[in-house]
Design a protein around this ligand. Structure first.
Ligand SMILES: *[C@@H]1O[C@H](CO)[C@@H](O)[C@H](O)[C@H]1NC(C)=O
Length: 391
């Protein structure tokens, strides 16, 4: 009879062989023969903020437009105050016209019935590269033009009347944008934007996160010279981006749980540094009237995420198991944590954390847009916009 340790050894051997061969093609990286894992530069555990919102104040939010907007990641209002405008899962930018949502803009010239409404938000992934997926949105205050970072179609612009957006940037230095994500515009009309990865597209978000690779870029588009400059390269998953209120610097969030600052003016211009450590993995960053930064957090860092950040071999082993990337993801962040919004001062100090622990009312957010005493909360995965009244 086989004793337990022999059995265990045999099991591990079989598992190892299985992972090596993945005969049924079930693992999260089965379709990525070049998949590699890298150490992630996450802050030391002791430097990760642990403050929480015991009152779960985001549960007092109002859920608006339920089932009228799918995956409204970013929220914008135009210079004359109309809106909100938001980009949704089917590839359109839609606008609230005080009674109904209507189509404002499209990013892809190739839309067809394959882009039409679907009940499950994940079903859109398959055709995103054809239909477009608008993420970051910002209006140029002077011209009223809307700039769009579309995950597949790059940086685009559409006039105040809407319609089909014009592509402005699809590559830089000969490297195509693979995952344009967020943007901001300075007073001269220059557009600063992030390309989260040169290797993985949005639909392979989880592979990108588990890989920890650093092919992301922060770029600048000059609309007069029509030129694109790479400001920072070899960045691990740059995501949301916002200029400071005075325009002296920009900050961008990184999946590793940091805000980085890039100086645009002054003696440090052209250099970057850590601005703040975040309590978890972030999405968009938006500045308020006072110049403070609101950051939407997808999930808190767990001990397991922290461990796996520094152990790429562990991540690679895990991903070879016949388990979908989605389940791996949920396991590492211990399920869905609910909505988390954090506010940082102009100097990068943590000022406020608002939560809905467990997502009782607001499940997940990707942007916190402060306007007239309210927080407009967008979410790339949810079928609503939540609105929270600041007390
Ligand atoms: C639209 O379709 C044409 C023809 O198939 C193709 O060449 C082009 O790249 C597509 N454009 C986009 C933005 O997908």
């Amino acid at each position: 009879m086989m004793n337990l340790s022999t059995f265990a050894a045999a099991f591990i051997l079989l598992l190892a062989a299985y992972c090596k061969l993945d005969p049924f093609h079930h693992s999260a990286i089965a379709d990525f023969p070049d998949f590699r894992t890298f150490p992630v530069d996450m802050p030391p555990w002791s430097e990760i903020p642990t403050v929480r919102d015991p009152r779960n104040r985001l549960r007092n939010s109002e859920i608006k437009f339920l089932d009228q907007v799918q995956g409204p990641e970013s929220i914008a209002f135009d210079p004359v105050g109309r809106g909100p405008y938001t980009g949704v899962a089917d590839g359109r930018v839609v606008v609230w016209t005080g009674g109904a949502w209507s189509t404002f803009a499209e990013t892809s010239p190739n839309r067809s019935e394959i882009c039409d409404w679907k009940p499950a938000i994940m079903s859109y992934l398959k055709h995103e590269h054809v239909c477009g997926r608008p993420l970051g949105l910002r209006f140029d205050k002077r011209s009223g033009d809307l700039y769009i970072a579309d995950a597949y179609l790059g940086l685009l612009k559409v006039g105040p009347e809407g319609g089909l957006a014009t592509p402005l940037v699809t590559e830089a230095e000969g490297v195509p944008l693979r995952f344009a994500n967020d943007l901001d515009i300075d007073d001269d009309g220059n557009v600063y934007f992030t390309d989260s990865s040169s290797l993985y597209q949005r639909r392979n978000y989880m592979q990108l996160v588990f890989s920890g690779e650093s092919s992301g870029r922060v770029l600048k588009y000059d609309p007069i010279a029509k030129q694109t400059t790479v400001l920072l390269r070899d960045i691990m998953f740059p995501n949301g981006l916002s200029l400071s209120k005075d325009g002296e610097f920009l900050v961008f969030s990184q999946a590793s749980g940091r805000l980085r600052r890039y100086w645009l003016k002054g003696e440090k211009a052209g250099t970057s540094e850590i601005f703040a450590n975040l309590p978890g993995s972030p999405d968009n960053v938006r500045v308020n009237e006072k110049g403070e930064f609101w950051v939407a957090i997808h999930s808190f860092h767990t001990r397991l995420i922290h461990f796996s950040a520094f152990h790429p071999t562990y991540r690679k082993f895990l991903l070879k198991l016949p388990v979908s990337a989605k389940l791996q993801f949920l396991f590492h962040q211990m399920g869905l944590p609910g909505a988390i919004a954090v506010k940082y001062s102009v100097e990068g100090e943590l000022m406020e954390i608002l939560e809905d622990g467990g997502g009782k009312v607001v499940k997940l957010i990707s942007e916190v847009h402060e306007r007239d005493g309210k927080l407009w909360l967008g979410s790339v995965l949810m079928p609503y916009i939540a609105v929270y009244n600041l007390e």
